[in-house]
Design a protein around this ligand. Structure first.
Ligand SMILES: NC(=O)c1ccc[n+]([C@@H]2O[C@H](COP(=O)([O-])OP(=O)(O)OC[C@H]3O[C@@H](n4cnc5c(N)ncnc54)[C@H](OP(=O)(O)O)[C@@H]3O)[C@@H](O)[C@H]2O)c1
Length: 263
Protein backbone atom coordinates (compact mmCIF):
# COMPACT_ATOMS: atom_id res chain seq x y z
CA UNK A 1 0.00 0.00 0.00
CA UNK A 2 1.12 3.54 -0.80
CA UNK A 3 0.18 4.86 2.67
CA UNK A 4 0.48 3.26 6.12
CA UNK A 5 -2.34 5.47 7.39
CA UNK A 6 -4.98 7.49 5.55
CA UNK A 7 -7.33 9.94 7.22
CA UNK A 8 -10.61 11.03 5.67
CA UNK A 9 -11.74 14.00 7.74
CA UNK A 10 -8.96 16.05 9.33
CA UNK A 11 -11.00 17.98 11.90
CA UNK A 12 -10.39 18.11 15.64
CA UNK A 13 -9.97 14.40 16.20
CA UNK A 14 -8.64 13.14 12.85
CA UNK A 15 -6.16 16.02 12.82
CA UNK A 16 -5.00 15.40 16.41
CA UNK A 17 -4.54 11.65 15.84
CA UNK A 18 -2.61 12.15 12.61
CA UNK A 19 -0.06 14.27 14.50
CA UNK A 20 0.73 11.36 16.83
CA UNK A 21 2.08 9.12 14.04
CA UNK A 22 5.86 9.05 13.72
CA UNK A 23 7.86 7.66 10.78
CA UNK A 24 4.75 6.53 8.87
CA UNK A 25 3.55 7.43 5.41
CA UNK A 26 0.33 9.34 6.01
CA UNK A 27 -2.31 10.62 3.58
CA UNK A 28 -4.96 13.18 4.45
CA UNK A 29 -8.17 14.24 2.75
CA UNK A 30 -10.87 16.60 3.90
CA UNK A 31 -14.09 18.15 2.57
CA UNK A 32 -12.43 21.55 2.80
CA UNK A 33 -9.12 20.55 1.14
CA UNK A 34 -7.14 23.52 2.50
CA UNK A 35 -7.44 22.05 6.00
CA UNK A 36 -5.81 18.77 4.90
CA UNK A 37 -3.18 20.67 2.88
CA UNK A 38 -2.15 22.82 5.81
CA UNK A 39 -1.93 19.84 8.16
CA UNK A 40 -0.02 17.81 5.56
CA UNK A 41 2.64 20.54 5.42
CA UNK A 42 2.95 20.56 9.20
CA UNK A 43 3.35 16.78 9.63
CA UNK A 44 5.05 15.89 6.34
CA UNK A 45 2.07 13.96 4.97
CA UNK A 46 0.36 13.85 1.56
CA UNK A 47 -2.81 15.87 1.03
CA UNK A 48 -4.99 14.09 -1.50
CA UNK A 49 -8.55 13.00 -2.36
CA UNK A 50 -10.97 10.73 -0.49
CA UNK A 51 -10.65 8.22 -3.36
CA UNK A 52 -6.83 8.07 -3.20
CA UNK A 53 -6.89 7.70 0.61
CA UNK A 54 -9.56 4.98 0.39
CA UNK A 55 -7.72 3.03 -2.34
CA UNK A 56 -4.21 3.17 -0.94
CA UNK A 57 -4.20 3.14 2.87
CA UNK A 58 -3.41 0.10 4.98
CA UNK A 59 -5.27 1.64 7.95
CA UNK A 60 -8.15 3.86 6.84
CA UNK A 61 -9.11 6.35 9.57
CA UNK A 62 -12.70 7.56 9.22
CA UNK A 63 -12.60 10.98 10.88
CA UNK A 64 -15.98 12.44 9.90
CA UNK A 65 -18.99 13.05 12.17
CA UNK A 66 -21.28 10.04 12.72
CA UNK A 67 -24.10 11.60 10.65
CA UNK A 68 -21.75 12.03 7.66
CA UNK A 69 -20.40 8.48 7.83
CA UNK A 70 -23.12 6.74 5.69
CA UNK A 71 -22.76 9.17 2.75
CA UNK A 72 -18.95 9.09 2.97
CA UNK A 73 -18.97 5.28 2.92
CA UNK A 74 -21.32 5.33 -0.11
CA UNK A 75 -18.72 7.50 -1.84
CA UNK A 76 -15.65 5.34 -1.06
CA UNK A 77 -17.00 1.77 -0.72
CA UNK A 78 -15.98 0.64 -4.22
CA UNK A 79 -12.37 1.84 -3.80
CA UNK A 80 -11.55 0.14 -0.52
CA UNK A 81 -9.23 -2.88 -0.67
CA UNK A 82 -10.52 -5.99 1.20
CA UNK A 83 -7.30 -6.05 3.28
CA UNK A 84 -7.65 -2.45 4.43
CA UNK A 85 -8.25 -2.05 8.14
CA UNK A 86 -11.13 0.35 8.69
CA UNK A 87 -10.80 2.48 11.81
CA UNK A 88 -13.91 4.18 13.13
CA UNK A 89 -13.82 6.85 15.83
CA UNK A 90 -17.49 7.84 15.47
CA UNK A 91 -19.19 8.09 18.85
CA UNK A 92 -21.85 5.41 19.34
CA UNK A 93 -21.28 3.68 15.98
CA UNK A 94 -20.76 -0.05 16.35
CA UNK A 95 -18.36 -2.30 14.44
CA UNK A 96 -21.36 -4.20 13.00
CA UNK A 97 -22.77 -0.96 11.60
CA UNK A 98 -19.46 -0.24 9.83
CA UNK A 99 -19.48 -3.75 8.30
CA UNK A 100 -23.09 -3.22 7.16
CA UNK A 101 -22.36 0.22 5.69
CA UNK A 102 -19.44 -1.24 3.73
CA UNK A 103 -21.63 -4.22 2.72
CA UNK A 104 -18.79 -6.46 3.77
CA UNK A 105 -19.21 -9.07 6.54
CA UNK A 106 -15.46 -9.81 6.29
CA UNK A 107 -14.40 -6.20 6.80
CA UNK A 108 -11.51 -5.66 9.20
CA UNK A 109 -12.67 -3.03 11.68
CA UNK A 110 -11.04 -1.32 14.65
CA UNK A 111 -13.27 0.94 16.75
CA UNK A 112 -11.62 3.61 18.86
CA UNK A 113 -12.82 6.27 21.28
CA UNK A 114 -10.22 9.02 21.71
CA UNK A 115 -10.45 12.09 23.93
CA UNK A 116 -9.29 15.63 23.13
CA UNK A 117 -6.00 15.51 25.15
CA UNK A 118 -4.62 13.27 22.33
CA UNK A 119 -3.86 16.66 20.73
CA UNK A 120 -0.94 17.03 23.19
CA UNK A 121 -0.01 13.35 23.46
CA UNK A 122 -1.75 12.99 26.85
CA UNK A 123 -4.96 11.39 25.63
CA UNK A 124 -6.79 8.20 26.39
CA UNK A 125 -7.90 6.03 23.48
CA UNK A 126 -10.18 3.03 24.01
CA UNK A 127 -9.73 0.48 21.23
CA UNK A 128 -11.48 -2.73 20.20
CA UNK A 129 -11.35 -4.87 17.08
CA UNK A 130 -13.43 -7.49 15.36
CA UNK A 131 -12.26 -11.05 14.70
CA UNK A 132 -11.22 -10.17 11.12
CA UNK A 133 -8.37 -8.01 12.46
CA UNK A 134 -5.38 -10.13 13.52
CA UNK A 135 -3.66 -9.62 16.87
CA UNK A 136 -0.54 -8.46 14.99
CA UNK A 137 -2.52 -5.85 13.04
CA UNK A 138 -4.16 -4.62 16.26
CA UNK A 139 -0.91 -4.52 18.25
CA UNK A 140 0.82 -2.63 15.45
CA UNK A 141 -2.00 -0.06 15.50
CA UNK A 142 -1.67 0.33 19.28
CA UNK A 143 2.13 0.78 18.99
CA UNK A 144 1.84 3.27 16.15
CA UNK A 145 -0.48 5.51 18.19
CA UNK A 146 1.47 5.29 21.45
CA UNK A 147 2.45 8.98 21.10
CA UNK A 148 -1.25 9.94 21.35
CA UNK A 149 -1.32 8.89 25.01
CA UNK A 150 -2.61 5.76 26.72
CA UNK A 151 -4.21 3.25 24.36
CA UNK A 152 -6.50 0.89 26.26
CA UNK A 153 -7.81 -2.27 24.53
CA UNK A 154 -11.35 -3.04 25.75
CA UNK A 155 -14.27 -5.24 24.73
CA UNK A 156 -16.55 -3.29 22.43
CA UNK A 157 -19.46 -3.59 24.86
CA UNK A 158 -17.49 -1.47 27.38
CA UNK A 159 -16.76 1.41 25.00
CA UNK A 160 -19.94 3.37 25.80
CA UNK A 161 -19.41 3.20 29.57
CA UNK A 162 -15.69 3.93 29.16
CA UNK A 163 -16.40 6.84 26.86
CA UNK A 164 -18.51 8.75 29.40
CA UNK A 165 -15.54 8.62 31.80
CA UNK A 166 -12.68 9.41 29.39
CA UNK A 167 -14.43 10.93 26.35
CA UNK A 168 -16.97 13.17 28.14
CA UNK A 169 -14.73 13.39 31.23
CA UNK A 170 -12.59 16.31 30.03
CA UNK A 171 -15.70 18.54 29.91
CA UNK A 172 -16.53 17.73 33.56
CA UNK A 173 -12.93 18.24 34.62
CA UNK A 174 -12.82 21.64 32.90
CA UNK A 175 -16.05 22.57 34.74
CA UNK A 176 -14.47 21.57 38.04
CA UNK A 177 -11.27 23.55 37.35
CA UNK A 178 -13.39 26.56 36.38
CA UNK A 179 -15.46 26.18 39.56
CA UNK A 180 -12.23 26.11 41.64
CA UNK A 181 -10.99 29.21 39.86
CA UNK A 182 -14.29 31.10 40.30
CA UNK A 183 -14.36 30.17 43.97
CA UNK A 184 -10.78 31.47 44.31
CA UNK A 185 -11.86 34.66 42.60
CA UNK A 186 -14.77 35.19 44.94
CA UNK A 187 -12.32 34.81 47.85
CA UNK A 188 -10.18 37.65 46.51
CA UNK A 189 -7.80 36.13 43.93
CA UNK A 190 -7.54 37.34 40.40
CA UNK A 191 -9.43 34.78 38.16
CA UNK A 192 -6.37 34.12 35.95
CA UNK A 193 -4.15 33.40 38.94
CA UNK A 194 -6.84 31.21 40.52
CA UNK A 195 -7.25 29.29 37.21
CA UNK A 196 -3.47 28.82 36.98
CA UNK A 197 -3.40 27.41 40.52
CA UNK A 198 -6.43 25.18 39.83
CA UNK A 199 -4.97 23.77 36.58
CA UNK A 200 -1.55 23.04 38.09
CA UNK A 201 -3.21 21.47 41.14
CA UNK A 202 -5.37 19.25 38.92
CA UNK A 203 -2.36 18.10 36.87
CA UNK A 204 -0.21 17.49 39.96
CA UNK A 205 -2.94 15.64 41.86
CA UNK A 206 -3.78 13.45 38.86
CA UNK A 207 -0.09 12.62 38.31
CA UNK A 208 0.50 11.85 41.99
CA UNK A 209 -2.56 9.58 42.07
CA UNK A 210 -1.41 7.74 38.95
CA UNK A 211 2.11 7.00 40.22
CA UNK A 212 1.21 6.36 43.87
CA UNK A 213 0.36 2.92 45.27
CA UNK A 214 -2.11 4.56 47.64
CA UNK A 215 -5.85 4.64 47.00
CA UNK A 216 -7.59 7.90 46.05
CA UNK A 217 -9.24 7.90 49.47
CA UNK A 218 -5.91 7.53 51.27
CA UNK A 219 -4.38 10.37 49.22
CA UNK A 220 -7.38 12.53 50.11
CA UNK A 221 -7.05 11.74 53.82
CA UNK A 222 -3.38 12.86 53.69
CA UNK A 223 -4.52 16.36 52.68
CA UNK A 224 -7.08 16.50 55.49
CA UNK A 225 -5.58 17.06 58.95
CA UNK A 226 -8.20 16.38 61.63
CA UNK A 227 -9.65 19.69 62.77
CA UNK A 228 -7.91 21.47 59.85
CA UNK A 229 -9.32 23.51 57.00
CA UNK A 230 -9.46 20.97 54.08
CA UNK A 231 -11.74 18.60 55.99
CA UNK A 232 -14.30 21.39 56.45
CA UNK A 233 -14.59 21.67 52.65
CA UNK A 234 -14.75 17.88 52.27
CA UNK A 235 -17.71 17.80 54.68
CA UNK A 236 -19.55 20.35 52.53
CA UNK A 237 -18.93 18.29 49.36
CA UNK A 238 -20.09 15.12 51.16
CA UNK A 239 -23.18 16.84 52.61
CA UNK A 240 -24.12 18.01 49.10
CA UNK A 241 -23.64 14.42 47.84
CA UNK A 242 -20.81 15.16 45.41
CA UNK A 243 -20.48 11.47 44.34
CA UNK A 244 -24.20 11.28 43.52
CA UNK A 245 -24.03 14.47 41.45
CA UNK A 246 -21.16 13.03 39.37
CA UNK A 247 -22.98 9.71 39.04
CA UNK A 248 -26.12 11.50 37.78
CA UNK A 249 -24.08 13.45 35.21
CA UNK A 250 -22.38 10.32 33.86
CA UNK A 251 -25.64 8.37 33.83
CA UNK A 252 -27.29 11.13 31.75
CA UNK A 253 -24.36 11.08 29.31
CA UNK A 254 -24.48 7.28 29.12
CA UNK A 255 -28.25 7.28 28.40
CA UNK A 256 -27.75 9.83 25.62
CA UNK A 257 -24.90 7.75 24.14
CA UNK A 258 -27.25 4.76 23.98
CA UNK A 259 -30.05 6.89 22.44
CA UNK A 260 -27.67 8.20 19.76
CA UNK A 261 -26.60 4.62 19.05
CA UNK A 262 -30.30 3.79 18.50
CA UNK A 263 -30.45 1.42 21.50
N1 LIG B 1 -14.12 15.81 19.26
C1 LIG B 1 -14.13 14.85 20.19
O1 LIG B 1 -13.93 15.08 21.40
C2 LIG B 1 -14.35 13.43 19.78
C3 LIG B 1 -14.15 12.43 20.74
C4 LIG B 1 -14.32 11.08 20.34
C5 LIG B 1 -14.71 10.78 19.05
N2 LIG B 1 -14.92 11.78 18.16
C6 LIG B 1 -15.36 11.40 16.82
O2 LIG B 1 -14.43 11.88 15.88
C7 LIG B 1 -15.11 12.12 14.63
C8 LIG B 1 -14.75 13.51 14.15
O3 LIG B 1 -15.16 14.45 15.11
P1 LIG B 1 -14.46 15.88 15.18
O4 LIG B 1 -14.78 16.42 16.53
O5 LIG B 1 -13.05 15.77 14.74
O6 LIG B 1 -15.32 16.65 14.06
P2 LIG B 1 -14.86 17.84 13.10
O7 LIG B 1 -13.83 18.69 13.78
O8 LIG B 1 -16.11 18.46 12.59
O9 LIG B 1 -14.12 17.08 11.90
C9 LIG B 1 -14.80 16.39 10.92
C10 LIG B 1 -14.05 16.64 9.61
O10 LIG B 1 -14.62 15.84 8.59
C11 LIG B 1 -14.59 16.60 7.39
N3 LIG B 1 -15.56 16.05 6.45
C12 LIG B 1 -16.92 16.09 6.50
N4 LIG B 1 -17.46 15.45 5.45
C13 LIG B 1 -16.42 14.97 4.72
C14 LIG B 1 -16.33 14.23 3.52
N5 LIG B 1 -17.41 13.81 2.85
N6 LIG B 1 -15.09 13.92 3.05
C15 LIG B 1 -13.98 14.32 3.70
N7 LIG B 1 -14.01 15.04 4.85
C16 LIG B 1 -15.21 15.36 5.36
C17 LIG B 1 -14.89 17.99 7.83
O11 LIG B 1 -14.47 18.89 6.83
P3 LIG B 1 -14.74 20.48 6.86
O12 LIG B 1 -13.40 21.06 7.16
O13 LIG B 1 -15.22 20.80 5.49
O14 LIG B 1 -15.77 20.74 7.91
C18 LIG B 1 -14.13 18.09 9.13
O15 LIG B 1 -12.80 18.57 8.95
C19 LIG B 1 -16.61 11.97 14.92
O16 LIG B 1 -17.05 10.73 14.44
C20 LIG B 1 -16.70 12.01 16.42
O17 LIG B 1 -17.78 11.22 16.91
C21 LIG B 1 -14.73 13.10 18.48
Amino acid sequence: MKYDYGFIGTGNMGGALSKALKNKTVALSNRTPEKAQELAKAINATATTNEDVARNSQYLMLGVKPQVLPSLIDEIREFVNPDTILVTMAAGVKITTIKELFNNPNAKVIRIMPNTPVAIGEGVVLASKNANVSDDEFNKFIDDFSDAGMIVPVDENLIDAGSVVMGCGPAYIYMYIDALAKAGESLGLDYDLAAKLAKATTIGSAKLSSVSDESLESLRIKVCSPGGSTIEGVHVLEDQNFDKLVLDALTAAYKRTKELAGE
